[in-house]
Design a protein around this ligand. Structure first.
Ligand code: PLP
Length: 374
């Protein structure tokens, strides 16, 4: 099998798994208890917080452990309600549904939400934000990197525009953390969401960076865990694994990036050489290994199933039923022509893939699309 759907989830790193075993089977104490047996769990929690903070340029007390990207996004968007006389949340049309549906939920409660379009590469240009932001904007939430097409946003400039108008800035960095360098202080971000299972940590764990002094309400009320802001007994095994994986993949990021960019090149060159008619989505600045292709006059879902039969896992940007093909909100937003949009697939390579995998995936695609060439 070739797993090329790393934007959906990643394999658990072996070192991270070993750490988990220790905190599940041996050092399983509740980190909040006062006895000596809890010391190791407490230490693991504070070390993980320090490690994560160091990886993204934050302070340890600005890292709040959560259950993943969805919770972090919901907290950032809903946690500011009632705090401000400013009432509008401004977000982009290509956000993940964790942000879009959290925004829909606050809209139902009567809070205003506005949506910014993107250009044909999926970028929110700073001038586009400038033209939409008002003095009533309380929060701007724009993802750092898109999950479907990999586009990386000009976050520092967007953040500057938001702050200039007195708005706070949140970014969903679920696809970016552990994959590209991030320094929250240099970028100026107020809140950042991350999810462990996108960077070789387990599923069901993540974190929200909240800049010191950000006027946010707790996400869950109960015990005093996470500085009283996110109650619930901490999942020490997963938290320790998340920190271990993040440190490892931040350390080896440069080598991984080189390898993944080479794989992108191999795949695209092979498709071009076979005269496959496709559009590469996402522009020039994309998450390494994330390759969104819209292929002319085919159904993405058919490609997914045919590749599946060959043991290759990828994703689509469209889903069919008998009557019609539903094109994703992202592919629609960047304006991919219909005859290409229906044939959108996402190949996302990761740390466990090698250059040979890119050749195999390209050959398999060519065989399906143009059997006479293979
Ligand atoms: N945001 C983005 C950009 C994502 O890609 C995902 C997951 O696919 C999420 C949020 C949700 O993260 P989680 O699966 O950890 O809830």
């Amino acid at each position: 099998m070739i797993y090329a759907d790393n934007a959906a989830t990643t394999i658990l790193d072996k070192n991270a798994f070993e750490i988990m075993k220790k905190y599940l089977l041996e050092e399983y104490a509740n980190a909040s208890q006062p006895y000596a047996f809890s010391r190791e769990a407490k230490k693991a929690l504070s070390t993980a917080r320090e490690t994560i903070a160091e990886c993204i340029g934050a302070l340890p007390e600005e890292i709040y452990m959560t259950s993943g990207g969805t919770e972090s996004d919901n907290w950032a968007i809903k946690g500011l309600l009632e705090q401000h006389d400013k009432r509008t949340t401004l977000t982009s049309v290509i956000e993940h549904h964790a942000v879009l549906n959290a925004c829909a939920a606050i809209k139902r409660l009567g809070y205003a939400v506005d949506y910014i379009d993107v250009d044909s590469d999926g970028v929110v240009q700073p001038h586009m934000l400038s033209s939409r932001i008002t003095n009533h904007t309380k929060l701007v939430s724009i993802m750092l990197a898109n999950n479907e097409i990999g586009t990386i946003q000009p976050i520092k400039q967007l953040c500057d525009v938001a702050h200039h108008k007195g708005a706070l800035f949140h970014t969903d960095a679920v696809q970016a953390v552990g994959h590209i360098p991030i320094h929250v202080k240099e970028l100026g971000i107020d809140m950042l969401s991350a999810s462990g299972h996108k960077f070789y940590a387990p599923k069901g764990v993540g974190f929200l960076y909240i800049k010191k002094g950000t006027p946010i309400y707790p996400y869950a009320d109960g015990g005093s865990q996470e500085f009283g802001f996110r109650a619930g007994t901490e999942n020490i095994a997963s938290i320790a694994a998340m920190a271990t994986a993040l440190k490892k993949y931040c350390t080896q990021m440069q080598q991984d990036t080189q390898k993944l960019k080479k794989m992108e090149q191999i795949l695209l060159e092979k498709l071009n050489a076979a005269n496959i008619d496709f559009i590469r989505n996402g522009g020039k600045n994309t998450i390494p290994g994330n390759i969104s292709l819209s292929i002319k006059q085919v159904e993405g879902e058919m490609l997914l199933h045919r590749l599946d039969l060959k043991g290759i896992c990828i994703s689509t940007g469209s889903a069919c039923n008998a009557q019609n093909t539903q094109i994703s909100h992202v592919i629609k937003a960047i304006g991919v022509p219909l005859k290409y949009a229906k044939g959108t697939i996402r190949i996302s390579f990761g740390a466990q893939n090698y250059e040979h995998d890119a050749e195999i995936v390209a050959d398999a695609l060519i065989q399906i699309l143009n059997p006479s060439l293979s």
